[in-house]
Design a protein around this ligand. Structure first.
Ligand SMILES: Nc1ncnc2c1ncn2[C@@H]1O[C@H](COP(=O)(O)OP(=O)(O)OP(=O)(O)O)[C@@H](O)[C@H]1O
Ligand SMILES: [Mg+2]
Length: 362
């Protein structure tokens, strides 16, 4: 992974193996998400008491917040095996039939990225979820026959980063939905303290706070930054991650105090300095930082939006006053009004200073 991916929310292949060792194993070990955790724990206890599999569970939320971890915990708490697959892996209905008919009673089937399941397989999943039965169609045309097959009672745990892409019938078949939210800094401190213990890293409370603050509310990013900071502590210091060590390390890795990385800052700086805060079209903005529009939109913007540094308007991207301040500039007075004026007048509201400074950067 290059430095630029340091605060990306998605996991790299190499990272997945590493993450396995840091995953919380029980609900009690799972930090944060208090509401979802409490609801799940009641539901699981109820099911255990009745000796029946619990309702199907849908876990939704951005990458790196603990969906896969929770799915594994559910199986663990029910003391049953977890069968793992993913939406993109199920291309044909037959793939799903093979998985479903191999399930033993009570098992948990985890389908990651469930919004990407192929439509014919999805329809088959409806009857499996509802009636624990699938109809396998043999042959084609008028001679085709449907053979009903029983499926052992199971619990489906679906995970998705894009709950909005799920079809209505799919969503309706989950008895329980948990939406995972970004973590507070103090929750991330707890995640970091736990990870540091598991990794044998000495981490001071101030060091943990410093790393947590730059982790974009995401445990995966917190764990990743911890590993980088540990490297730095071992190579350039005495191995202890203090405030100063964390600070110096994150400076070396180009992760700023808000958790912005180089691309985020480049986008924001271009918006503020070259375009006077906007509005500017996505393509123009992307060209000015030498990236594809998709990269800017999918990689940089989600966090800039969430951090309140950038807004999308019908006429393009606009930097908020917080963005100016974060980059060390005075926000222009008419900042908020700008997005309402027609493009021709935009220049009137631009800070001349910013335009004058708009030297080529990349
Ligand atoms: N609540 C938590 N407490 C402690 N560690 C956590 C928690 N949530 C996530 N983590 C850590 O973050 C890492 C990423 O979590 P996980 O793989 O469960 O995220 P995910 O939501 O499934 O992400 P993706 O959408 O990319 O699949 C895990 O390895 C785990 O160590
Ligand atoms: Mg996952």
């Amino acid at each position: 992974m290059g430095e630029d991916g340091l605060v990306a929310a998605a996991a790299t292949a190499e990272e997945r193996a590493f993450e396995a060792g840091l995953r919380p194993r029980t609900l009690a070990e799972f930090v944060g998400q208090r509401k979802a955790r409490e609801q799940l724990s009641i539901m699981l206890a109820g099911a255990r008491g009745r000796g029946r599999p619990p309702d199907h569970v849908l876990l939704s939320g951005p990458p790196g917040l603990g969906k896969t971890s929770l799915a594994m915990i559910i199986a663990q708490e029910l003391a049953v095996p977890l069968r793992l697959t993913s939406g993109p892996a199920i291309e044909r209905a037959g793939d799903l039939v093979a998985i479903l008919t191999a399930l033993a009673p009570g098992e948990v089937l985890f389908i990651d990225e469930i919004h990407r399941i192929a439509r014919p397989a999805e329809e088959l999943l409806y009857s499996a979820m509802e009636d624990f039965r699938v109809d396998v169609v043999l042959g084609k045309g008028p001679g085709a026959t449907a053979i009903p097959l029983d499926v052992a009672p199971f619990t489906l745990v679906g995970a998705t980063t894009r709950a909005g892409l799920l079809t209505g019938p799919m969503r309706d078949r989950f008895g329980f939905t948990a939406h995972l939210d970004f973590y507070d800094p103090d929750e991330l401190v707890a995640v970091l303290a736990r990870s540091a213990r598991l990794l044998g890293v000495e981490l001071t409370p101030e060091g943990a706070t410093e790393v947590a603050g730059r982790s974009r509310g995401t445990p995966r990013i917190a764990n990743r930054l911890l590993r980088r900071v540990r490297d730095y502590a071992e190579v350039r210091a005495d191995g202890v991650v203090t405030l100063d060590v964390a600070h110096a390390a994150l400076r070396v890795y180009d992760v700023d105090p808000l958790g912005l990385d180089r691309l985020d800052r480049a986008v924001l700086t271009a918006l503020v300095k070259r375009f006077g805060g906007g509005p500017v079209g996505l393509t123009t903005l992307a060209v000015s930082v030498g990236e594809e529009p998709e990269t800017v939109e999918d990689v940089a913007e989600p966090f800039l939006l969430r951090a309140g540094l950038l807004v999308r308007t019908s006429r393009g991207r606009v930097a908020t006053p917080a963005a100016f301040t974060h980059l060390g500039f005075d926000p222009p007075d008419q900042e908020l009004g700008r997005s309402q004026v027609p493009p021709a007048q935009t220049a009137l509201f631009s800070e001349p200073g910013f335009r004058a400074e708009a030297a080529p950067e990349s």
